[in-house]
Design a protein around this ligand. Structure first.
Ligand SMILES: [Zn+2]
Ligand SMILES: [Zn+2]
Length: 231
């Protein structure tokens, strides 16, 4: 992948952007700038995704608004700030295992450039990515049509096994939220800093609990969907 320094400044690869996102806590980044026009931006600011490289760019409000049009043929796409809950989300027996995700927590998002739905989940090496198997994922979306609200590239579904007891399948065993993709990167970056051993240890568990508390507090129930075609 290339890093070009044009009028908009250097474009950051995802991990670099990640580090930037995570480095905003606790020592605040002084003099952070919009990566498109170089205007200074506040510590809390918005991001756009480069659809080709999947790099996350820090933006000022003005540049952000250039890329909010859904469905536009643009190279960049603004990351929305909505959080949605899916209270009726359900996975049937064995459906999680069919998705080939080895842990009880994953972010799922649609990569429109590659035409794939990707899962990424935290681990000792940061985030591990894998493509979701098409049919099992299609069955999940068919059973939960509100998931079709997910916007490709800029939003992710956060799915978590509700308890450590994996034998508890069925209603309520898994929770699902729709979250901005930059929030996912932020969590993965935080987890990488605190991860210990195989399962992450207490600090990672605490970081995840904090993240879930934030997501739950910010989420409103997803609106009903009459008919949503899977993307
Ligand atoms: Zn700007
Ligand atoms: Zn940023």
């Amino acid at each position: 992948m290339t890093t070009t320094a044009g009028p908009g400044g250097p474009r950051l690869e995802p991990l670099t952007a990640l580090r930037r996102v995570t480095s905003t806590r606790p020592p605040p980044v002084v003099g952070e700038r919009c990566e498109m026009c170089a205007e200074p931006v506040a510590d809390i600011h918005q991001h756009v995704v480069n659809l080709e490289s999947r790099a996350l760019l820090c933006t000022c409000r003005g540049c952000y608004l250039l890329f909010t049009a859904e469905g536009a043929e643009l190279r960049y796409r603004a990351v929305p700030d909505r959080y949605l809950a899916f209270p009726a989300f359900t996975l049937g027996p064995g459906q999680w295992d069919e998705l080939d995700i080895p842990v009880g927590l994953a972010f799922l998002f649609r990569n429109s450039v590659q035409g794939r739905t990707i899962a990424f989940y935290p681990g000792p090496a940061g985030a591990t990515e894998s493509e979701l198997p098409l049919e099992p994922w299609g069955a999940v979306v068919a059973a939960n049509p509100q998931l079709g609200l997910l916007q490709p590239d800029v939003e992710a579904l956060l799915v978590r096994a509700a308890g450590r007891d994996r034998s508890r399948e069925g209603d309520g065993a898994y929770t699902c939220h729709l979250v901005p993709i930059d929030a996912c990167y932020e969590l993965v970056g935080r987890l990488r800093q605190v991860w210990r051993g195989f399962d992450g240890g207490q600090d990672a568990a605490r970081a995840m609990d904090e993240f879930f508390a934030t997501v739950s507090a910010r989420s409103r129930p997803a609106p009903p969907v009459d008919q949503v075609s899977p993307r």
